[in-house]
Design a protein around this ligand. Structure first.
Ligand code: SDX
Length: 431
């Protein structure tokens, strides 16, 4: 933490406190308020943490005004164009781009951990066939704590490393098997001769009745979607993983908590909600009706895939995703996909509307990802599980960073209590 001996002076109630200011590598300065309660007997109040830095991190930097997203300093658009998901995983986990030998070793380790403990197959059959795949993923990942005891001791660096590789490697298998269970088709085992994205597509779409050839265009698009969703600073699900981990919970339980949080439609569930919204709009002529609803304070409807807590200009991932959507749909010969036409016209009309412009509401990563995933043959229920597969490396990287931070302690926010004053119990006959 850069410490320039700058301070912020806070005066209230006859007290004056000098609070340290730290200057980051990039982004706004931070005021250290950790001693505020001890010295000033007051709390700060910041519901939703709009102005609160919860930790020090070296992994991802976002500039919401400029639409910048860096992973260990590398811009997301360069990584999406030049790199691939497992190389980005290495970068996020270890801090530097790997040498050829390091990458080969890492990919081999991930490849050889893609199978699930065979007895875990039984867990899937405990769910209803129509269970949402996210419900299955939360259950299966949490249950990994019961199968991989040799990688649950977070005080052992080797066990932390093994748990990291196991989670990154097994998430595609878990997501694919959740999909197969939902459809009633047999599980497909991973193959060691396929790359990460191709393996996932094959586990999702191949059936025993015929040979399955991975379409390289879809595999590249799948890998790019994984890359674009890999990490995103201290978003809700990552903060959930950090808070769960701060109690010393095992990595599988913490990642299951992250999956549960990601499921929400305001967060990772927005890609499913966005496509369902585009289908509900259906045709370009109905767009004004939905834009009016999104602007109506009395209508809870929001444009899914629009807006972001941090990006107030544009989401750089959405820009790359939009290019990818055009490429994939053209290559699949569905460039005149009516949903894509609605999405493009909706974006155009919303961005021309002062309401969205003034409130800095722009398409986010979820706006176009669903269109690509649908074109690839995924049902909307699989959109957020795919987001979870990708974000696992981000959760794990942030989890490792937190465990290695000597300043880390159990997360325990306080509150602004506005409830009843102290009062005595009243017997039921006297109420
Ligand atoms: C992700 O944090 C991350 O990094 C998340 C993520 C990641 O990679 O981890 O980027 C992934 O979660 C992307 C966001 C996906 N969610 C959606 O697309 C759902 C739709 N968007 C919104 O629900 C909303 O924009 C949020 C949740 C994304 C952000 O909410 P904020 O920052 O708390 O903003 P807000 O709810 O306070 O809204 C500010 C104003 C409000 O109007 P006023 O009360 O000021 O009059 O903007 C309005 C809102 O009503 N508004 C919208 C809107 N989003 C906000 N109005 C219409 N449509 C929308 N989508």
């Amino acid at each position: 933490m850069a410490d320039d001996k700058k301070t912020a002076t806070l005066s209230f109630g006859g007290k004056t406190l000098d609070l340290p200011i730290y200057t980051p590598t990039l982004g706004p300065d931070v005021i250290d308020i950790s001693k505020l309660y001890a010295q000033g007997d007051v709390f700060t109040y910041d519901p939703g943490f709009t102005s609160t830095a919860a930790c020090e991190s070296t992994i991802t930097f976002i500039d919401g005004e400029e639409g910048v997203l860096l992973h260990r300093g590398y811009p997301i658009d360069q990584l999406a164009a030049e790199s691939h998901y497992l190389e980005v995983c290495y970068l996020l986990l270890y801090g530097e781009l790997p040498t050829g030998a390091q990458l080969e070793d890492f990919e081999a380790r991930v490849t050889h951990h893609t199978m699930l403990h065979e007895q875990m197959r039984n867990f899937f059959s405990g769910f209803r066939r129509d269970a949402h795949p996210m419900a299955v993923m939360v259950g299966i990942v949490g249950a990994m704590s019961a199968f991989y005891h040799d990688s649950t001791d977070i005080s052992d660096p080797w066990q932390r490393e093994v748990a990291s590789i196991r989670l990154i490697a097994k998430m595609p298998t878990i997501a694919a098997w959740a999909f197969k269970y939902h459809t009633g088709q047999p599980f497909v085992y991973p193959r060691n001769d396929l790359d990460y994205a191709s393996n996932f597509l094959r586990m999702c779409f191949s059936v025993p009745a015929e040979e399955y050839e991975v379409n390289p265009i879809l595999s590249r698009a799948m890998d790019r979607i994984f890359t674009l969703h890999a990490d995103h600073e201290q978003n809700a699900s990552t903060s959930t993983v950090r808070l769960a981990s701060s109690s010393g919970a095992n990595p599988f339980a913490c990642i299951a908590a992250g999956i549960a949080c990601l499921w929400g439609p305001a967060h990772g569930g927005a890609n499913q909600a966005c496509l369902e919204m585009l289908k509900e709009i259906g045709t370009v002529d109905r767009i004004p009706e939905f834009i009016a609803r999104a602007k109506d304070k009395n209508d809870p409807f929001r444009l899914m895939g629009f807006g972001h807590r941090v990006y107030k200009n544009f989401d750089p991932r959405a820009t790359v995703m939009k290019q990818s959507a055009d490429e994939v749909l053209e290559l699949l010969g569905v460039e005149d996909n009516p949903i894509l036409q609605v999405a493009k016209e909706l974006e155009k009309q919303a961005l021309a509307d002062p309401y969205f412009h003034d409130k800095k509401l722009f398409p986010n990563v979820d706006f176009y990802s669903g269109i690509i995933l649908e074109a690839m043959g995924f049902p909307t229920s699989m959109f957020t599980p795919i987001f979870a597969v990708s974000r696992t490396v981000g959760w794990i990287s942030q989890w490792k960073e937190m465990l290695n931070d000597p300043a880390q302690r159990i997360g325990r926010p306080r509150q602004l209590y506005v409830g009843a004053e102290k009062r005595d119990y009243v017997d039921v006959e006297n109420r």
